[in-house]
Design a protein around this ligand. Structure first.
Ligand code: 5GP
Length: 173
């Protein structure tokens, strides 16, 4: 089965009117999981990636597997208050209110080329905050990669307009 057909859609989750794209069914399928990781590894193996940064929480599922395939390390970008050592944070807007993501200050060597990974890009708010975070610690975002892009919400375009490469495996309207 194709990657797209292994993604389940849950209507009205987490609230009415939202079509939630559920990737748990994709990860449960051995061939689907391998396809996802192999596709990312093939795309980035020659792009001189030094480290992968995964965004909590679904970026933690794909990021380490791709890091192993590329032979690089993995760093977590977490919601506020979860990391034990000294952190740097970036605040970003949500539909209602705002949130903060953080990274350990010493997690990435300055000048490193970092691949940011998450399961899905919608408005791009989360990924743009992650880019800012990586740049704050003195590293460079080589690219942002997602399983799913929702092009109608414009996030992928915002990443590209910021001059950062954007890559995704499938799109949903
Ligand atoms: P954005 O900041 O681009 O608007 O939203 C992206 C973030 O919300 C990602 O961290 C992603 O995991 C989560 N997200 C939003 N909608 C969905 C969805 O339909 N399915 C999944 N799996 N994650 C979603």
């Amino acid at each position: 089965m194709s990657i797209k057909s292994l993604i389940r859609t849950i209507p009205d989750y987490p609230k009415k009117g939202i079509m939630f794209r559920d990737i748990t069914t994709l990860f449960e399928d051995a061939d689907g999981l391998r396809d996802v990781i192999d596709s990312f590894a093939a795309e980035f193996q020659d792009k001189k990636i030094d480290m992968i940064a995964g965004i909590e929480a679904r970026g933690f599922v794909i990021g380490p597997a791709v890091a192993l395939a590329l032979g690089v390390g993995f760093v977590t970008i977490r919601k506020k208050g979860k990391l034990p050592a000294e952190t740097i944070g970036v605040e970003y807007e949500l539909e209602y209110g705002s949130d903060v993501i953080e990274i350990h200050k010493d997690a990435i060597k300055p000048g490193s080329r970092v691949l940011v990974m998450d399961d899905l890009i919608a408005t791009g708010g989360t990924a743009l905050a992650a880019i800012e975070l990586i740049e704050k610690v003195g590293a460079e975002v080589a690219a942002c990669a997602f399983i799913i892009d929702l092009p109608d919400l414009g996030g992928a375009k915002k990443i590209r307009d910021r001059g950062v490469e954007e890559f995704h495996l499938v799109e949903f309207e």
